[in-house]
Design a protein. Structure first.
Length: 451
């Protein structure tokens, strides 16, 4: 992993050798460790080290991008020349104005700096991951169940610079534990995400998955329909992640494809819903700037139910005469900016208290195979998985079959009757969600699976 000074030196070298009108260089380094388990044993151990340079060259209104792992002097020169060559033969983009400059920054001289975080070498080693995996395996085996899942560790670095003076560097760590316990047709799921395996509740995570699995034996059938539901944090995170992809970015908003298009300032969800993008939340995995080097701002989407805004990168921000909120993805991308650090504020109840208020309903551990049905109405569909339970008279009474739902997320967030006080980090696919469990009225299940 490059140090801050080494990374900035590479940026300077690449920028200096460019003949483009403007040049942006992004360095991304990662050390990814993954230990996977299936059928009660470790079946895969992977360690990938990667360091790549990504150059965006601007020639007039033409933009070209090239990527390489060759970071020698000759390699960088060839990379920059290739990006410039691509730009020269690309169609001009009349709406492109400029790369972001340091004048847009809230930090002095447009510079962000962070040291490489302290890393417990044992916890981030294959042995450390194997120890965590063994905890999951033994917890399941001790209860007659079989373990599946993974343990992952990541050490990452991102550095961004451009010819207008942007210089940004950040290094961080991220870890996750995912446990699935199976017994016959029954299964249970639990996950944990954080910055280090040191002190991670691996045993508790495994035990939670096992307890759900054991409770899921001999599942009964319930008919589809509208139910009060308790969505646990993994299900809430899945739902909000889909909301982010469908319409919390400026590109969808400007093109009229977002459920927020033309509706800012309106009450679109319940007054108890406050949702924002906040990389600085203490439970999240911080990345204080985006892939253009622009500092990330805290962006509210809903405040007490009122629609407030979307996230921007420099390109979409200039279309509206705004400043970027620091949510650019790596160029080139047609998707536009996206929030990666969602935070849904919690409520005043414990999870037990949420359940105690349900006369008859469904507890959902997580969703599976979720897809978009209607983006401008924020309608999605998917299945429940690895722990679906019936609630009767304020208590979880038995496991039930998997259910398919088709539901507008906005309607669901308009019918939230309770939010858990505690918040949980759920990470996946580059997105980090800090969320409570939710109690939602009239959640729409459209079909049932006998399996």
């Amino acid at each position: 992993m490059l140090t801050r000074d080494e990374a900035l030196n590479v940026l300077e070298m690449a920028i200096r050798c460019s003949s483009a009108d403007q040049t942006e260089v992004m360095l991304h380094g990662s050390e990814h460790g993954l230990t996977r388990l299936a059928n009660g044993s470790i079946h895969q151990n992977v360690h990938i080290t990667n360091l790549s340079a990504h150059v965006r060259a601007v020639v007039g209104k033409r933009v070209g991008v090239a990527t390489s792992n060759r970071l020698s002097g000759d390699g960088l020169r060839a990379l920059v020349e290739r990006a410039v060559a691509v730009a020269k033969v690309s169609e001009p983009n009349a709406e492109f104005d400029s790369l972001p400059g340091p004048g847009e920054y809230v930090f002095s001289a447009g510079t962000l700096a962070s040291p490489v975080p302290d890393i417990d070498e044992d916890a981030f080693s294959p042995t450390g991951r194997a120890d965590a995996a063994l905890t999951i395996i033994n917890t399941a085996r001790g209860n007659g169940a079989t373990a599946f899942g993974h343990v992952s560790t990541d050490v990452s670095m991102l550095a961004v610079g451009n010819s207008l003076g942007v210089r940004a560097h950040h290094a961080w760590t991220a870890c996750s534990v995912m446990a699935i316990a199976t017994l016959g047709d029954a299964s249970g799921y639990a996950q944990w995400s954080g910055q280090s395996l040191v002190g991670a509740p691996t045993g508790g995570t495994a035990a939670h998955a096992v307890s759900k699995c054991l409770a899921a034996e001999a599942a009964g059938m319930v008919e589809p329909g509208r139910y009060t539901v308790i969505l646990e944090p993994p299900a809430v995170a899945e739902m909000l992640g889909m909301l982010a992809y469908m319409g919390l970015g400026a590109t969808q908003y400007q093109e009229g494809r977002s459920f927020l298009s033309g509706k800012l300032g309106e009450n679109l969800v319940g007054e108890n819903i406050t949702l924002r993008d906040d990389t600085y939340h203490p439970l999240s995995i911080p990345l204080p700037f985006d892939f253009e080097g622009v500092p990330r701002r805290v962006v509210p989407f809903f405040e007490s139910g009122v629609a407030k805004g979307v996230v921007y990168d420099s390109y979409t921000a200039r279309k509206e005469g705004r400043e970027s909120t620091g949510h650019a993805l790596p160029a080139p991308n047609t998707y536009g900016p996206i929030p990666l650090h969602l935070v849904l504020e919690g409520g005043a109840q414990t999870r037990e208290e949420l359940i105690a208020c349900v006369e008859r309903g469904i507890l959902v551990t997580r969703f599976h195979y979720v897809n978009i049905v209607h983006p401008t109405e924020a309608i999605i569909t998917g299945m429940t998985r690895d722990g679906t339970f019936l609630i009767e008279d304020g208590a979880v009474t038995k496991a039930v079959n998997k259910l398919r739902f088709t539901q507008s997320i906005l309607e669901a967030l308009s019918r939230v009757s309770g939010l858990e006080r505690a918040l949980t980090l759920v990470s996946g696919e580059g997105m980090h969600c800090v969320v409570p469990a939710l109690r939602i009225e009239d959640f729409n299940f459209t079909s049932a699976s006998p399996e």
